[in-house]
Design a protein around this ligand. Structure first.
Ligand code: GLC
Length: 748
């Protein structure tokens, strides 16, 4: 009997794997799985072990118009030298690849299939930055759950999401993929998305293994230029950029992805302190780490590896378990083991982590668990998923301005001009990372949504204004004529979807091309004008903010864009979104974020020698946490239940919120704290809690927060997390600026 058959018998008679992975994700070691891994490791050659650490990419064939299996890939699979594929999708194709891996290799180890399912598969949801504007972690969990349900029917077991990078620089195009500038909001959204993707546990065939990325501090790239150098203090790394990753790990995330960037001279993909000391020794992470695309090979570009073999050795030694798309591990690690440069123990540990996840997924018992051709068309873009997409899109819209209550518009308006190529675009609302499956034909455009919302007697005048690259003004005349002939105007401007996302940094984040000129020409028509922004990052729209009466931030909202925007425009939905990121007045203000330090010379009006610009206020155009409603809310009676609180205890803080307007609405009540005096300087405010509440007209609610004093700490100069006694201020409001204030004394 061959060793392979022996192994198969072992798996078949062992206890059912269901008992191995009842927990959500990979939060603990399961002895049953460990024994299986031990048995398999004992059968594996060094090459087969390294093979599990090798991830290949599906190869698109232009002639066949599909991903094909190359001869090289097939041979590697038969030799057991492939552990995973990315960008191989569909039940038929993954079944084909899996059959070869399982039936034609010596040990029949199944593959794990990965894809970037970032904000939906076929049902494209709002981009993550938009979804973060909802401040609704349950909504984020729901969209990830639906995405997992769809993707898991197409052979996919693993998604490279959630992206949890904190971003304080909107020039960086990947700000679109994350949850903005705040560690607490980012942590809540990260954990929610991990729960959504991973579902009730890996035993559930609709679960995907999630992947918190890009570890770490990728969003701190200097000048917001993608892939650029990151050079931040370890305190800033630990207190600002790492918390969302820690939240993902605590939520049981199965994998992390190492980032392209260096941090203070050490590339993340070769950063032992990051990938092993912090991630595993301090946080107890049990899953595995995959590199970003070719990041292992790029260690040579970084200049810390002189050869491909050295790059491979540095990466795996630092803690990168799987190599994406370079094959350097299978080419060089066997010789490193041979020479003793890489210990067998270290190799076994990396392989164990990968096998642990494959066993937890049940792939050994059912390698085809996610191959459901009969399900593929059944689960995608269902009425339920569209309904969820519309709800989340609606909650993600931020009302930035509404002078003289211009909004909502009346549905029976006689003539409405809708202007802008983005208003009629089926592609751009999908946003960056709509991936292989996002389809323009699934998108409801803003124009379509408006047409479906207004009365039968309403005349819609559409004009594109400028073409989709915003470079020519030939459409201005038609646009101005439409504006002049209308009772009101909805002008949609912003970015095309490829102007944000990866490798899409912009040095000037104003409206691209000739759009600002278009706005001014349409504004000059003198009729009521509503500006709808469609974009993947904050934009510097100071002129618009000063002159246009109503402005809506819609980001990229996915398939239900038009219905969500129209619902807000015509009042079927009262907007409730809040900005997860500050809007700078100009690029010169960047970086600008709400949780800044006070400095020794904070700005004082009319005082020269204080921290300021000569030509701008220090405040952003629109602050973090800001968003308007069609109703109004009053905040009163902030109460701190204990004025003296001992360390490790909690203190309750409450506020009364009243809907003082004429229609029901949601508000996001935000709690901020400030450590008055500490051994290190502390931010002027730090988000410490938030609650979305719904209030009817004249209705009041008392909202209570329990402040856990253990969460009031920071990493000091010795890199110890400390909570220090002294006075703490608390702030509560509907944004990070307009707050009521209270305080308490923290004692030993
Ligand atoms: C890309 C991105 C990463 C993505 C990976 C696989 O370069 O940086 O976010 O998951 O490659 O597509």
């Amino acid at each position: 009997m061959s060793r392979g058959n022996l192994f198969l018998i072992f798996v078949l008679v062992s206890p059912s794997w269901e008992i191995c992975c009842s927990q959500r994700g990979v939060t603990s070691i399961d002895p049953v799985i460990e024994r299986k891994v031990d048995s398999l490791l004992a059968l594996m050659t060094v090459e087969e072990k390294v093979g599990q650490l090798n991830q290949l990419a599906g190869q698109w064939d232009e002639n066949a118009r599909r991903v094909i299996l190359t001869d090289e890939q097939r041979n590697l699979m038969k030799r057991g030298l492939v552990g995973s594929f990315l960008n191989v999708t569909g039940s038929e194709l993954t079944r084909e690849f899996q059959r070869i891996a399982v039936n034609e290799s010596r040990l029949h180890i199944p593959l794990i299939f990965a894809l970037d399912v970032i904000h939906g598969l076929r049902t494209t949801f709002p981009i993550p930055l938009a979804e973060a504007s909802s401040w609704d972690p349950e909504a984020a969990e729901m969209s990830a759950r639906i995405a997992a349900r769809e993707a898991s029917a197409f052979g996919i077991n693993w998604t490279f999401a959630p992206m949890v990078d904190i971003a304080r620089d909107p020039r960086w195009g990947r700000i679109a993929e994350g949850s903005g500038e705040d560690p607490y909001l980012g942590s809540m959204m990260a954990a929610a998305r991990v729960r959504g993707f991973q579902g009730s546990g890996f035993h559930d065939s609709t679960s995907l293994v999630a992947c918190a990325k890009h570890f770490a501090a990728y969003g701190a790239a200097e000048a917001g230029r993608d892939y650029n150098t990151v050079d931040i203090s370890e305190q800033t790394l630990r207190d600002i950029y790492l918390p969302p990753f820690r939240a993902a790990v605590d939520a049981g995330v199965g994998t992390l992805m190492s980032a392209f960037n260096e941090i203070a001279g050490v590339p993340s993909t070769a950063n032992h302190k990051l990938l092993t000391t912090i991630l595993r020794s301090e946080w107890g992470f049990k899953g595995f780490v995959v590199s970003d695309w070719e990041a292992v090979e790029e260690l040579q570009e970084h200049g810390i590896a002189g050869t491909p073999g050295e790059a491979a050795l540095k990466a795996i030694t630092a803690g990168v378990d799987m190599d994406m798309a370079t094959q350097l591990y299978i080419k060089h690690l066997p010789e490193m083991v041979e020479s003793g440069a890489l210990s067998m123990g270290a190799l076994n540990e990396a392989v164990r982590r990968v096998l642990r996840v494959k066993f937890a997924l049940g792939l050994f018992e059912n390698p085809y668990r996610n191959c459901h051709p009969e399900l593929e068309n059944e689960v995608v873009v269902t009425a339920q998923s569209r309904g969820a997409a519309r709800k989340i899109a609606g909650e993600s819209i931020v009302l930035l301005k509404n002078a003289n209550a211009l909004l909502p518009l009346k549905k029976d308006i006689r003539t409405l001009a809708v202007i802008g190529s983005l208003a009629n675009s089926k592609v751009d609302p999908l946003g960056p990372w709509a991936g292989f499956f996002g389809r323009p034909e699934d998108v409801v455009t803003v124009l379509e949504g408006i047409k479906a919302k207004v009365s039968a007697n309403t005349q819609i005048l559409y004009a594109r204004g400028c073409e989709s690259r915003f470079s020519d003004t030939t459409g201005f005349g038609e646009a101005v004529r439409a504006a002049q002939g209308a009772d009101a105007i909805v002008l949609v401007v912003g970015e095309t979807r490829d102007m944000s996302g990866e490798a899409s940094s912009r040095s000037d984040i104003g409206l691209p091309g000739v759009q600002e000129e278009l706005v001014k020409r349409v504004y000059a028509a003198g009729h009521p004008l509503v500006l709808v922004l469609m974009n993947g990052r904050p934009l510097t729209i100071a002129w618009e903010a000063a002159n246009i009466p109503a402005i809506i931030e819609s980001w990229f909202l996915g398939v239900e864009t038009g219905n969500a925007v129209a619902s807000v425009l015509f009042g079927d939905l009262n907007p409730s979104g809040k900005l997860p990121v500050s809007f700078p007045r100009t690029v010169g203000q960047i970086p600008i974020y709400y949780n800044h330090k006070n400095t020794g010379r904070p700005f004082v009006e009319k005082e020269k020698y204080t921290s300021k610009f000569l030509d701008l206020p220090n405040t952003p155009l629109f602050p973090f946490g800001y968003g308007m409603s069609y109703t109004s809310f009053s905040y009163s009676n902030l109460r701190v239940m204990s004025l003296k609180v001992r360390k490790h205890e909690s203190v309750t803080v409450s506020i009364e919120v009243k809907n003082t307007g004429a229609q029901a609405g949601d508000d996001v009540v935000q709690l901020y704290v400030h450590d008055d005096v500490a051994s290190n300087t502390r931010p002027v405010k730090e988000l410490n809690g938030f609650r979305r509440i719904t209030l009817n007209p004249e209705e009041s609610k008392t909202v209570e927060f329990t402040v856990d004093t253990d969460r009031l700490g920071f990493h000091n100069s010795d890199m110890k997390y400390v909570v220090e006694p002294g006075k703490f201020k608390v702030f509560i409001g509907g944004n990070s600026v307009d707050c009521l204030e209270g305080s308490f004394e923290l004692t030993e």
